[in-house]
Structures are given as C-alpha cells and as structure tokens.
Write a protein that binds this ligand. Structure first.
Ligand SMILES: Nc1ncnc2c1ncn2[C@@H]1O[C@H](COP(=O)(O)OP(=O)(O)OP(=O)(O)O)[C@@H](O)[C@H]1O
Length: 366
C-alpha cells in the first residue's frame, strides 16, 4: 500500500512536456545541420534560415531548443526567441511575443500597431547589436489564414527597410499531411536549409522511452512488459509525446490503485486518454465559433450543410460566408471531411462529417 507521502516517481518532472531532456539521441545529423546553420551568427553574420519538418513528436522543437542553448553558451550576441504559433497565431501576436521575450515587457494588446511594435524590436536589435533567430514552432497554425506569409515576409525582409537588422527564421512544421506553401514573395527570401525529422524506428523509441523510465521512476516500478506496451503504443503513432504522456498517466493510474508497480493494465487504461492528445491539442487551438461548429458536426454528422448552417447561425448569429470559411478551415486542418454529395433536386448539397470519432471530439470539447 502506498502512503500519502509515498510515490513511485523518483523524478516526475522529466515526464512534463516542457522538460528539455539531457538524453537526446538519434538526432545527430539534424542537430549538426542546425549547428551549421546557426554558426554564421557567431561571426556577426546572419544565420542560414531553416525549415525543420517532420511528423508530430519526432523531436523537432527539442532539437532546436538544445542547439539554441548550446549557442547561448558561446555568445550573448545572438537573441533566440521561440514562438508557439498555436498560441500566437497572427503577425501581431508573433511580434508581441518576440518583443516580450527580448525586452521582458509585455506590450499592450491594443493601441499599438504592428509596425510600431516591430520598429521597437528592430531598435532593440540595432542598439544592442544582436542577431535575432526566431523559431516559429508549429508554423502550420499560421497557414490557414495566410498569416504565415505575412510573418515570414516581415521578418525576412526587415533588413531591406531597416539596414543592419539581422534576423533569421527557423520554421518548424509539424507534418500531418496537410499541404502548405509560401507565397512566391516569401519564397524569394526564404531559401531554407531543409532539415527532415523522420519517424523514429521502434528500437529508437524503446531506447528513448526506457531512458525516460529510468529517470522518472524508482527502480523496478515499470516492468518490461509495461514498458514494451508503451513502446508498442508509441510505435503506432510514431509520436514520442504520446509515450511520455502514457508513462505519466500509467504511473498515476498505478498510484491511484495504491500499487508500487505499473502494470500493463495501467498502460492500457492510460492510452484511452493519451491517444486523444493530438486531437484535443488541435481542438484546443480552435476559436469558440469553430468549436461550436465542430460540436454540431460531431453531434450529428448526417446533417446537410443547410441544416447545419441554420443551427450554427441560431447559436452564433454569424452569416453564411463566415460559416463557409470555418468549414473550409477545419477541412484543411483535417478535422472534418467536406465532400459534395452530388447533384440533387436542390442543386449541390455539401455534407460534412468529422474525420475523428464523434465521441472523441465531444470528449475533447468538454
Ligand atoms: N530523441 C529524443 N530523445 C529524447 N526525448 C525525445 C526525443 N525526441 C523527442 N523527445 C521527447 O518527445 C517529446 C516531443 O518532442 P518535440 O516536442 O521536440 O517534438 P516535435 O517534433 O517538435 O513535435 P510537434 O510537431 O508535435 O510539435 C518531448 O517531450 C521530447 O522530450
């Protein structure tokens, strides 16, 4: 029996999402490519822009943050800023975040234009003679409304308007199969070094997960069978984040039943929640109107678009154009399927259906 102050976690912190692991392996070539791209900054030159691409949970953000930390050890002349585009999803929000991280003051959310704020960023860089490297993490979230082009254009052409400004970008794309492309105007200034992060092999997953177990739990808490089960689940999606979440939830499940060991059943039970991680993460990033619409679609996927619009309009008061834009956006984000069902008596009727299990969607929306 576990007492109140007893725990099976020796260092649960290593299972938190924001933990930067010391043991970071199987990404040597990618780390090396990042180092080479950033190296010019050590000589006061603009670093090479990068496009870091790969499926979710393959270590992209971690690799970039680790290389940032390495360079910070060498020099104070480079300022590194990571922007989470899922949270900061407009050009203004991105530059606000950059300003906040550089100057350590949160700018007002209104009453100041993008241009004014951007000029403050540039002034800071010129006054301090620093090079700025911006990692735009999960830049995918900026594509649907065209913000990715605006952001990239502003950052990468800054030196034309403000001579002497040195800014480079590491665009991190979580590749979930949705096509994306930059505007040709951006393409002419963004000729990046592309760095691919492929899915991990099962042996690599096993290596990383077992190392995390060693640091997170006391000895012999996680049996080989339970560990294998976690690895099998991670291998299904290729996403290590799911594995780390699984470890944490399995451990908590074991503690809940006052056990000193994590069983295969604890892992199975935890997977119910962990497998929804991505879906819930995507849904969390939607606006309130999008959530309402997705909820309606999940509740009844057989509704023709006209009916769906009526219900949506009743709740939100929004018009058809906006409704249609939201349908398009969620279609692009792969949350819904939106297909023309053919030509009927009333012309073309477009039906929409959720890509994911409706119950799962409703669970994430709760
Ligand atoms: N090679 C590795 N060694 C140790 N831990 C790793 C490794 N790769 C990824 N991880 C862990 O997996 C989790 C997800 O990694 P990370 O956030 O870097 O992935 P990502 O590719 O940026 O994901 P996304 O595209 O979803 O944003 C983190 O907790 C990280 O510590």
């Amino acid at each position: 029996m576990l007492l109140w102050d007893e725990t099976i976690f020796s260092n649960g912190e290593v299972l938190e999402f924001d933990y930067l692991p010391e043991y970071f392996v199987h990404r040597d070539s990618q780390m090396q490519a990042l180092r080479f791209s950033l190296k010019p900054a050590l000589r006061g030159m603009r670093p090479v822009n990068c496009l870091v691409k790969g499926p979710p949970g393959t270590g992209k953000t971690t690799a970039v943050m680790k290389v940032f930390n390495e360079v910070k050890e060498y020099t104070d002349d480079v300022a590194f800023v990571k922007v989470n585009c899922q949270i900061d999803s407009t050009r203004f929000a991105v530059v606000s975040r950059i300003y906040e991280q550089l100057v350590h003051i949160t700018p007002p959310s209104s009453g100041i234009s993008f241009r004014r704020l951007f000029e403050k960023v540039i002034k800071y860089l010129l006054d301090s003679n620093k090079t700025l490297v911006v990692a735009l993490d999960d830049i995918n979230y900026l594509f649907p409304e065209g913000h990715a082009d605006e952001v990239m254009y502003s950052l990468l052409r800054a030196h034309e308007q403000y001579p002497g400004a040195r800014i480079s970008v590491i665009a991190i794309i979580s590749d979930v199969g949705i096509p994306y492309s930059f505007d040709p105007r951006v393409g002419s200034v963004f000729l990046p070094e592309e760095i691919a992060f492929p899915r991990y092999e099962i042996a690599e997953i096993a290596d990383i997960i077992s190392n995390r177990v060693k640091h997170a739990f006391f000895q012999d808490v996680v049996s080989d069978e339970a560990l294998d089960k976690v690895v099998t689940y991670v291998d299904r999606t290729g996403d290590l984040r799911i594995g780390i979440d699984l470890l944490k939830r399995s451990g908590l499940n074991a503690e809940r039943r006052a056990s000193r060991t994590v069983s295969v059943e604890d892992v199975d039970k935890a997977y119910e929640a962990s497998r929804l991680l991505h879906l819930c993460r995507n849904i969390k990033s939607l606006s309130d109107h999008e959530k309402i619409l997705l909820g309606l679609i999940a509740k009844d996927s057989s509704l023709p678009t006209g009916e769906l619009y009526k219900s949506f309009h009743e709740i939100t008061g929004l018009g058809y154009t906006r409704f249609y834009e939201l349908i398009e956006k969620m279609h692009i984000s792969r949350l819904i399927d939106a297909d023309f069902s053919g030509k009927g008596m009333r012309g073309r009727t477009r039906y929409v259906a959720p890509v994911y299990d409706s119950e799962d969607i409703l669970k994430c929306l709760e």
